[in-house]
Design a protein around this ligand. Structure first.
Ligand code: NDP
Ligand code: KPL
Length: 321
């Protein structure tokens, strides 16, 4: 059943961690119906106990917001925003099957390539929206996130029927704007080019976003990694402007100074990273297209090594005869 007014759209954030909590908080503060769903029960409990703490631009807010496990809120959401890491998409989507059956739309704003394709087995194309965002979130502690810079996102629908209803899901509240766009696919690849470069570099070095270009050679390295992604998109008829990627890298380094890239947050937490839907996916697609992406291949291999389980070789004396 179509929603009659955008402000009535009831939203659930599926996988409310760093970014999902920031977006959910913006909606809650604007008085929109929103629930945070997460398997991180310590985070949900802290939010229920004390409200969600959001640090932004030197200000701290406590936001009262519904938080709990998947499906815990009473209301059936109209829109479910998927914000788990990409490797968790399938399990998360399986858990919302009853809501999809009742007509909820699903929007992925995850980083990486192939997100819509990954979740299509779990959601009819007519109910699937795909997009990207420059909003950022840092998980400081359970119940506590921080964010820097402007919160914007664009999306498109995955079918003509979905496109016809897309305007219903646009959002414009302080701290978060979500716009329907005819160029969402290009925007997804633009963001992926940025993330292949910045997230892997941060994950490898531990640098915050504002530090990433602080030494000679790094800004050029980010551009070169991103240029490989732009070439893979172009070979598939998706026109990404390198200048736009450069502008977004500059925006992030200037405005997300304190932010730890989502991949660095995973590396530090000892969790799996999204490298396979970023540099790994770009490298696999390039191989299929007869292109070479040596920098993405190297970043992918290095992140795999950095996050690989211990082999025992790191123990002193392990290699002694
Ligand atoms: N953080 C950022 O600044 C940005 C992130 N993004 C993208 O947004 C997405 C989310 O990133 P981010 O918020 O950093 O990630 P987080 O890891 O902080 O948050 C994801 C949350 O999803 C939870 N989760 C995982 N699987 C399930 C499931 N099956 N059911 C319910 N909850 C689940 C995780 O729980 P658990 O803690 O147990 O793993 C975690 O709390 C990623 O694709 C990222 O690339 C995009 C732009 C910026
Ligand atoms: C662009 C960036 C690095 C935020 O600046 C991001 O998208 C992330 O943390 O995943």
């Amino acid at each position: 059943m179509p929603v009659t007014h955008n402000s009535d759209v009831s939203v659930a954030i599926l996988g409310a961690g760093a970014l999902g909590s920031v977006i959910g908080a913006a909606l809650a503060e604007a008085g929109r119906p929103v629930a945070l769903w997460t398997r991180n029960l310590a985070h949900a409990q802290a939010i229920r106990d004390q409200g969600l703490r959001v640090d932004r631009g030197g200000e701290t807010r406590r936001v009262r917001i519904d938080a709990g496990p998947v499906g815990s809120s009473a209301a059936q959401p109209d829109l479910i925003i998927l914000l788990t890491k990409t490797q968790d998409s399938a399990a998360a989507m399986e858990s919302i099957a009853p809501h999809i059956a009742r007509g909820a739309f699903v929007l992925t704003l995850q980083n990486g390539i192939g997100n819509a394709e990954r979740i299509l087995p779990f959601c009819p194309a007519d109910q699937l929206l795909t997009g990207t965002t420059m909003t950022n979130g840092l998980m400081v502690a359970a119940g506590h996130v921080s964010t820097q810079g402007a919160g914007e996102a664009v999306f498109k629908a995955m079918s003509p029927a979905g496109e016809a209803r897309a305007a219903e899901f646009e959002i414009d509240v302080p701290g978060f704007a979500l716009r329907h766009s005819g160029h969402a696919l290009e925007a997804i690849w633009t963001k992926a080019a940025l993330n292949c470069a910045m997230n892997a570099a941060a994950g490898l070095t531990g640098a915050r976003v504002g530090q990433l270009t602080s030494v000679p050679g790094m800004r050029e390295t980010l551009s070169a990694v991103a240029a490989e992604v732009v070439a893979v998109a172009a070979a598939q008829g998706i026109t990404v402007a390198q200048a736009e990627v450069e502008a977004k890298i500059d925006y992030a380094t200037a405005n997300h100074t304190y932010h730890k890239s989502s991949m660095l947050q995973d590396v530090e937490a000892g969790k799996p990273t999204e490298i396979e839907s970023l540099c790994g996916e770009v490298t696999r697609q390039a191989e299929g297209l007869g292109l070479a992406t040596p920098l993405n291949a190297a970043f992918a291999a290095l992140i795999r090594l950095k996050t690989a389980p211990a082999t025992g070789a790191e123990t002193e004396g392990a290699n002694d005869a």
